[in-house]
Design a protein around this ligand. Sequence first.
Ligand SMILES: Nc1ncnc2c1ncn2[C@@H]1O[C@H](COP(=O)(O)OP(=O)(O)O)[C@@H](O)[C@H]1O
Ligand SMILES: [Mg+2]
Length: 247
Amino acid sequence: MSTPKHIPLIETKKLCKSYFNDDLETPVLFDIDLVIERGEFVAIMGPSGSGKSTLMHILGFLDHHTKGQFLFQGEPATKMDEDTLAKIRATRVSFVFQAFNLLPRTTVFQNVLLPLLYHPTIPAAEREGRVQRAIEAVGLSERSTYLSNQLSGGQKQRVAIARALVTQPEVIFADEPTGNLDSASGTHVMAALQALHRAGHTIILVTHEQSTAEHAERILKIYDGKITDDLRSFKRRHAKDGITIEK
Ligand SMILES: Nc1ncnc2c1ncn2[C@@H]1O[C@H](COP(=O)(O)OP(=O)(O)O)[C@@H](O)[C@H]1O
Ligand SMILES: [Mg+2]
């Protein structure tokens, strides 16, 4: 018997992206070759304007690439029709943004419930339990009935993480999730993402800060739209299991 061919979660081949405004083409990403496996915690690092958000939006189906290939679970994105794309956006990927994007004057519970209301397959009877587990996973069970505007920035971002988690997506994308936070709150948010990673989730984090990227086990560096480094850390992978290894 032959072993089935390995299919990575995400694969790009010579992926390029240009923005077009009127007749003006702005090339932003160049020949991105990338493989991301299930369960990885990857940080995409680079200076402002280097194309980090653009790459993440393409990998998360919020935008289209313009050349090359993007395969999600082996399926080419360019072959997917609008229905398939809508379903992937609702069920297989989730986003956490720098600005939290919570509904104001709405409870933590209601905010986390929201993605389930649009979910095509999770039954209504499962909603409450899923919401409670997601809120618990980010350590906010005691705040479940608070309004989002009664929370600190770090707590708001943890609610956004719970909301991203509640559908049990294939990948959680986080774009500068600590960018609006003081360093103590940022550390809490990164701890929450690390806990999700340990529980088996795939996390793709965008940041321009080395200290934030250090939480991941793999750092992709991007500069002027090209990948310049792809660093995997054995040390980082083991340090988080409580084994102290010098840096
Ligand atoms: N809609 C757009 N139209 C034209 N250029 C854009 C658009 N969005 C982003 N860009 C440009 O693409 C480049 C990369 O942007 P972005 O991916 O947001 O970078 P980063 O997230 O690394 O700061 C920047 O030069 C930016 O000005
Ligand atoms: Mg950005």
